[in-house]
Design a protein around this ligand. Structure first.
Ligand code: KIV
Length: 343
């Protein structure tokens, strides 16, 4: 359920109370931030997890809010898992697919409950988790480790694991061996691999052996050295190369394709042309779905926000929380009696 609106503090409280009474929302617990003061508002009969995302805050006034609750993730409500045919149906029906990267149990659980359809265990973990300059050092073992943690947090979302640099260059059988390990040991439902025309054979081999594959064309980070950096692809005449890659991926049997770092008009054209869903990152709004790296959404990776990313937390919120903890420990204010065991 998603509600959007404009509200004063009073309107907000009234709205929340009336929603709590409808049965559509049993209760809600949210943090309300006004000038960095957190006020917690808890309904007495809290039965469902809920969250509020504030897009803009004014002094003593919520100027815009989005409230989401995840009824489907609650134990008493049946959970319909996202599947390959389900994603393809979403494209046909025009329902946008929501995807995020995930690397651990806790965030995967939170994202699943928030309604994210597709969790991608991206080899971007080489950068945002491990601190490397690119994704090339990531190993298959590491992908399996993170995938198994993510899978344990998920009830509904589909989990897709990136095949890391190096494993896709040994041809169909080698790729298949890696995919089998990822599916058996990681427990995910599909793999993603980077590359279009040049990866079509491998994709075909995997699909023929019952491994669902997601393609990835445009800016493919594993090709960073060939591309000369993380640069937008498909400008001018190069647009047809990206189109050919996307078509090759579809014809090889992929169930969806990530379009990364390409002009919005090209992404829209590819999306119209393909039968399989396109999931965009830095590819404009015309794709069938969007994916963001979790750390970009939270604004916890690097100082610069890339043009294609949007931070959904107010600037500095996470670092402010850590700084507050530092101060409280130094000052002897944490832990308080309420955090201590007595007797
Ligand atoms: O590795 C990754 O996280 C990705 C997404 C950004 C699409 O490939």
């Amino acid at each position: 359920m998603i509600r959007r609106g404009w509200s004063s503090w009073g309107d907000w409280a009234t709205t929340m109370r009336s929603m709590a009474g409808t049965g559509s929302l049993w209760g809600c617990c949210c943090d309300f931030f006004c000038n960095k003061t957190a006020i917690q508002y808890t309904f007495p009969k809290q039965k469902l997890p809920g969250s509020m995302v504030f897009s803009r805050l004014g002094q003593h006034r919520i100027t815009s809010f989005i409230l989401t609750t995840q009824m489907q993730s609650h134990a008493s409500v049946s959970v319909v898992p996202v599947t390959v045919p389900g994603l393809q149906r979403m494209k046909r029906e025009g329902t946008r697919i929501v995807s995020l990267t995930a690397y651990d149990f806790s965030f995967a659980r939170l994202m699943d409950r928030a309604g994210v359809d597709l969790l991608l265990v991206g080899d971007s973990l080489g950068m945002v988790i491990q601190g490397h300059a690119n994704t090339l050092p990531v190993t298959l073992e590491q992908m399996i480790y993170h995938t198994s943690a993510v899978v344990r947090g998920v009830q509904r979302a589909m989990v897709v694991c990136d095949l890391p640099f190096g494993v896709c260059h040994g041809g169909g059988k080698a790729v298949m061996d890696a995919a089998v390990r990822v599916l058996k040991e990681g427990g995910c439902q599909a793999v993603k691999l980077e590359g279009g025309v040049r990866m079509a054979e491998s994709i075909r081999y995997l699909v023929a052996h019952e491994v669902p594959v997601m393609g990835h064309v445009g800016l493919t980070p594993q090709a960073v050295h060939r591309l000369g950096g993380f640069r937008v692809q498909g400008r001018g005449d190069a647009a047809e190369l990206v189109m050919a890659d996307a078509i090759a991926v579809q014809e090889a049997g992929a169930f969806a394709v990530v379009l990364e770092g390409i002009p919005a008009v090209l992404a829209e054209r590819i999306t119209e042309h393909l039968q399989i869903p396109t999931i965009g990152i830095g590819a404009g709004v015309g794709c069938d779905g969007q994916v963001l790296v979790m750390h970009d959404l939270l604004g916890v990776y690097g100082e610069v926000v890339p043009r294609f990313a949007k931070r959904y937390l107010a600037d500095g919120m996470v670092s402010d929380a850590v700084a507050a903890y530092v101060q409280e420990v130094r000052g002897g204010w944490f832990p308080g009696p309420e955090h201590s065991f007595m007797g």
